[in-house]
Design a protein around this ligand. Sequence first.
Ligand code: HEM
Length: 423
Amino acid sequence: MQHFERPIVAGGLPLGHVLLVHEPSAIRHVLLENAANYRKDRLQRRVLSAGLSDGLLAAEGEQWRLQRRVLAPMFARKTVINFSSAMMAAAEALMDRWSALGERATIDVAAEMARVTLDVVERTIFSDGFGSDAEAIRVAMAVYFNTIGKISPLDILGVPDFVPRLSRFRVRSTLKFFEAEVDRVISTRRRILAEQPDRAPSDLLTDLLQALDSEAEDRITESEVRSNILTFIAAGHETTANTLSWAMFLLSQAPHWRERLEVEADRELSGPIPGVADRLVETRAVIEEAIRLYPPIAAISRVALAADDLHGEAVRPGSLIVISPYVLHRHRLLWDRPDAFDPGRFLGNARTTIDRFAYLPFGVGPRKCIGSTFALQEATLVLAAIVRQFRFQPQPGHVVWPTLSVTLRPANGLPMIVTRRPS
Ligand code: HEM
């Protein structure tokens, strides 16, 4: 296909002028150097902004700038390292569940990875738990994010939001319940912070509420707190779940790498937990290679405000620029053996040869993913915990194939047979 071989492909869709851009210097221009001329496009914003309209992902202009400044320290390396134990605890709960299934159980890895990443969300945002309704809230949360994660054909046509979408309509009561529960958890925590601040757990919710109550100029509002909680869950859980599913699939096809990861996990997971993700160098390389081959966000798009020029191609006001990490990461002009699974690309010196604008699982420029350190640490820890205890093979006869529904995930789940590693 020409997309995998040409730097820029221009075309006209019935909806307007489109440029598919897969050339590193043109990408640098759109997402970094001239980023002010390219705003997030409407389709993406609509899809991603259901209930999230005041959150970082959907905000624009001054509101976005202020939020990014306030939220950045919450996702900085030194904060994220403190989440290592919460992430490991979620991985261990997963291992306990699998152990209880007995030998050679068939599990849907895609569903299990969604569960563990939601568990991490719960332990890092709401570390004192959801209270007595925890299970009902978890179910509602899964429905919520499954619903807003699906693009309705009406969204693509740009039909206004007030036209009810069938899928949203059906689950409306679940959504209301979930939103009300999030509000309840927030107000309980505010009370604790006001009355007994020493008792407040240190997690993302406390950080957000402190930003709300701060005297500083860059306070965020109450509705921004709630929107950002929903945003972190929406942007962070399915993407990381898919990363883990693809990494498990790829490892099941590469016994040599599986063995290397087993050795690494045996060696490193018995040491101290904080900082362990940095020592799991090969596990991390497998994760980075998995999101090269199957980037969870398969398209980054922008709309041009003013005319511009990209590598000799004219950009018009209103042109849609689409950068597909999936195409970019398998581009014939940019990668050696683009379709081959080789985590070695991310180890040692090899990694320094990768062009910064040829590998974009987390985007680049001012709107790059705020949660990338969090996600890489989480995926690395969970994968290491799994390979340390289990081996896994796809269920015979099940065809594994990617499908795009906001994120790139395995079509029809990923049934795998898991067996305990011989000790
Ligand atoms: C493997 C997992 C993840 C992947 C592949 C991923 C990918 C991305 C990409 C490509 C963007 C940029 C979109 C664009 O420029 O149009 C983005 C933005 C964002 N991501 Fe992630 N993400 C992941 C995990 C997370 C996590 C764990 C969180 C939070 C807890 C998160 C929160 C966000 C937010 C808030 C933005 C918007 C940033 C802004 O506009 O300033 N992501 N992500």
